[in-house]
Design a protein around this ligand. Structure first.
Ligand code: PDD
Length: 294
């Protein structure tokens, strides 16, 4: 970490705009397009015993997001990001236990404020931080409640952009109703959760919304496909109508910070017998194995 600042007033070290600094010292410019327009992408990566779970899949999603938004990152920056992710785990002493890494890349700073993009050589703003993480294994064992909300988002939900207002509004609604999460519904079909993907089980088969611009193609969702395949559980990528939800056998949320979460109550109504089902348990065991958690 050759370019760390010497005066750190906080023990958390982050990487921001080309430097390692304390979290308190890292301040965004008022001209940053991420701040002004939500013009950027982000990624959340799970770290177990210092290892990044599905590192390549997360970095590939970053590349895809940058490409689709036309944000140019120099090759050396791209390579440097990989080193910084590891540096931050070390610097923040997160080599043991669990953590998350947050990576955000915006189109950079530009003044005066214009909606159209600044010149292509404008350096993107890169933020990377690492935070200790404790999964809620009790909730994963016992099940949780969720609510359904209208999906108010745009038509490129496949991009992991920092434009998360409909997601944060949905999460807040869930919180106010004492629920773990919100399941979003577009045109009568469930798309995904506000920060996770959703599966349901009907007659032994897992169903989830197909890859489309209306969902984020989650990396945990991909892991679920792998585990299901290995366990011989059939998976169908088909739109699931909201109206079938009360009668499904299992509802499951999946994501980097959600893991594999059974939803045993929906809109205050019990799902099936009100306990996590058999398939979710297979998926949970499989995820723990793949993450190297005992
Ligand atoms: N959210 N769908 C949405 C809308 C998400 O925001 C996320 C992840 C997922 C699951 O994707 P993955 O399995 O790759 O984490 C699905 C992150 C964790 C967040 O916003 O904190």
């Amino acid at each position: 970490m050759s370019d760390s600042d010497s005066s750190r007033s906080d023990s958390t070290v982050v990487y921001f705009a080309g430097r390692f600094k304390s979290r308190e010292e890292a301040c965004v410019s008022i001209d940053d397009r991420g701040f002004l327009f939500g013009d950027g992408i982000y990624e959340v990566i799970r770290v177990v015993e210092g290892r990044l779970f599905r590192r390549n899949a997360h970095l590939a999603r970053v590349d895809k997001g940058l490409q689709d938004l036309g944000i140019r990152l120099a090759d050396r920056e791209r390579i440097r990001i990989q080193d910084i992710l590891d540096d931050l785990i070390r610097e923040n002493r997160l080599e043991s236990g669990q953590a998350t890494l947050y990576l955000q890349i915006t189109r950079g700073t530009s003044h005066p404020r214009k909606h159209f993009h600044p010149p292509p050589d404008t350096p993107p703003t890169i933020l990377i931080s690492a935070t200790p993480f404790k999964p809620n294994y009790d909730l994963q064992k016992n099940g949780a409640n969720a609510i359904t909300v209208p999906d108010l988002r745009w038509a490129r939900c496949d991009l992991k952009t920092v434009n998360l207002l409909p997601n944060t509004m949905a999460a807040q609604q869930a919180k106010e109703r004492g629920a773990f999460g919100a399941i979003m519904v577009r045109n009568g079909v469930i798309t995904e959760g506000s920060n996770n993907n959703v599966f349901v089980v009907m007659d032994g088969t897992l169903y989830t919304h197909p890859d489309s611009p209306h969902i984020l193609s989650g990396i945990t969702r991909e892991v679920v496909f792998e585990i299901a395949d290995e366990a011989g559980i059939p998976v169908e990528q088909e739109p699931v109508p909201e109206k079938v939800l009360p009668d499904v056998d299992e509802i499951i949320m999946t994501g980097t910070t959600t893991d594999i979460q059974p939803i045993t109550r929906l809109n205050d109504r019990v799902i099936a017998n009100g306990h996590p089902g058999t398939i979710v348990k297979v998926l949970q065991t499989g995820l723990k194995q793949k993450m190297g958690i005992r």
